[in-house]
Design a protein around this ligand. Structure first.
Ligand code: NAD
Length: 473
């Protein structure tokens, strides 16, 4: 696909015609067929997907299986099973004032949709929304991330092998290509990426009043109170933080630990880290479970952030070893962090975990609320009272009690942010609804209707009727 503006306009027009003439009229069966073809391709090409992700940033085949392939297959299976229910026209109750009418909600596809994906789960975050868009009956232009070129090429191959360009097309490229795409009057844009770029997407969408789903990131806090099991908390934290080497939107950004238990928790964190990833830099580097930082730009960003943080007083508990040639940063735990420390100021998106202490839960809650709303908040506590206080007094797109990151895999929970961490929800039925217009259809009787009782001229009888109607409300 050329990068010229006109080519995208042409592509858009072709998809729009196809949507109006074919997709809008076709039966659910045709959508299911497309989903089945996608599922078959993914199942047959699992090795190729694993290889692409390994070549992009050393992601282990096991992590690819769990976090790139499995979630997409589950999305497809759920859509195949539930589509008839999701797409069903819903009848609604009729109020007395509209007696004789029939109201219903018709689920119609929005039209020609643009999906823009990030690099950190480059297969799953491109194909997951594609499943929702196809299930809802739309045509799609997909723009994968240019930062993971092997996965980008594989996605291009996949789309070309399975779909007609009228149904699903793929555009290769980075900022310039995306900005050209954003000039078009899409019927919906589904964007996954940073809050900074999310604002650019929303501004472009506003020009055409295009609806948007923004799946963004943020600074996710983990609160650990003294009412917890340290060993299992540490195990879950090490796994959740260093999965994908910390390059995940729901990865813990900082730990808020009750002051009196900090040392005990650190001991357990060190132990669990060694169990999962090894003891020495060389051993950790050779561990095939640990992905690399995606590129030199992000390696430099993370190294500079870590240096600044240590300069500002951060104390290394473990980690802080580098190999620039391999974009390797060993997972790092930082103690002695306060809220002025640079590491606390931004989304880390890498294998660094700072610890901050608090004395009272209220203090931790106040700190969380002083930040922009997060995509994920976690609390480790066996006290129901503390769990409830945490839920009631904070806000977040998603929250897990006594674990991290697993919320992503729940097929019946909405996935998305609030405020700075996003707009709209993904996954399963929620993802389907993002790509669907809930069209209100009201059918009136053919001849005399009750609403004619309130048409002018307002004689004494109609005045009484209007009085009665308003009196009953
Ligand atoms: P990014 O915002 O830099 O890029 C995302 C997409 O936007 C890419 O396809 C890129 O080509 C395009 N893009 C980048 N700059 C652009 C610009 N100026 N104009 C138009 N298009 C542009 O994000 P990323 O670095 O790929 O991913 C990391 C971010 O994504 C993190 O903030 C992370 O938290 C977030 N994220 C969120 C979720 C979620 O589900 N909520 C999932 C993964 C990642």
């Amino acid at each position: 696909m050329s990068t010229a503006d006109n080519d995208y306009t042409q592509l858009f027009k072709i998809q729009q015609q196809h949507f109006l003439n074919v997709l809008k009229k076709e039966r659910l069966f045709a959508r299911k067929e497309r989903l089945l073809k996608l599922k078959k391709w993914i199942k047959q090409n699992q090795d190729a997907i694993k290889l692409a992700l390994y070549n992009d940033f050393n992601k282990s085949p096991q992590e690819v299986a769990i976090s790139e392939i499995k979630p997409v297959i589950s999305e497809i299976n759920q859509a195949l099973k539930e589509l008839r229910n999701w797409a069903k026209t819903e009848r609604v109750k009729t109020p007395l004032t509209l007696f004789g009418t029939k109201g219903s909600i018709v689920k119609e596809a929005k039209g020609v949709c643009l999906i823009i994906a990030p690099w950190n789960f480059p297969f799953m975050l491109a194909v997951g929304p594609l499943v929702s868009a196809i299930a809802a009956g739309n045509s799609v232009v997909l723009k994968p991330s240019e930062i993971t070129p092997n996965t980008e090429l594989l996605l291009i191959k996949m789309v070309k092998e399975i779909f007609s360009p009228k149904e699903v097309s793929i555009v290769k490229g980075g900022i310039e290509e995306t900005q050209n795409l954003l000039k078009l009057p899409w019927n919906h844009i589904f964007f996954t990426g940073s809050p900074q770029v999310g604002k650019i997407i929303m501004q472009s969408a506003a020009k055409h009043l295009t609806s948007v789903t923004l799946e963004l990131g943020g600074r996710n806090a983990v609160v650990v109170t003294k009412n917890t099991n340290f060993k299992s908390t540490a195990k879950k934290l090490i796994w959740g933080k260093f999965f994908n080497n910390g390059q995940s939107c729901i990865s813990p950004n900082y730990l808020l630990v009750e002051e009196s238990i900090k040392d005990k928790l650190i001991t357990e964190l060190k132990f669990e880290f060694v169990e999962m990833y090894g003891n020495y830099a060389d051993e950790i580097k050779k561990n095939p479970s640990l992905a690399r930082i995606v590129n030199a730009k992000h390696f430099d960003r993370l190294k500079a952030l870590l240096d600044k943080s240590i300069e500002a007083g951060g104390k290394v508990v473990f980690g802080n070893q580098f190999d620039a040639e391999e974009n390797f940063i060993s997972p790092t735990l930082l103690d002695n962090i306060n809220i002025e420390n640079p590491i606390f100021q931004e989304e880390i998106f890498g294998p660094i975990l700072p610890i901050i202490t608090y004395k009272k839960l209220q203090e931790a809650i106040k700190l969380i609320n002083s930040n922009e709303s997060a995509l994920a908040l976690y609390i480790f506590s066996n006290s129901k009272k503390e769990q409830q206080q945490f839920i009631k007094e904070t806000t977040a797109g998603t929250t897990v009690i006594n674990d991290t990151t697993i919320q992503f895999t729940h097929p019946n929970l909405p996935f998305g942010g609030v405020g700075n961490s996003g707009l709209g929800k993904a996954h399963g039925h929620f993802g389907y609804l993002e790509f669907t217009n809930k069209r209100a259809v009201l059918k009136q009787r053919k001849k005399h209707t009750t609403s004619q009782l309130i048409y002018p001229k307002y004689n004494w009888f109609k005045k009484i009727i209007i009085k009665l109607i308003t009196w009953f409300e």
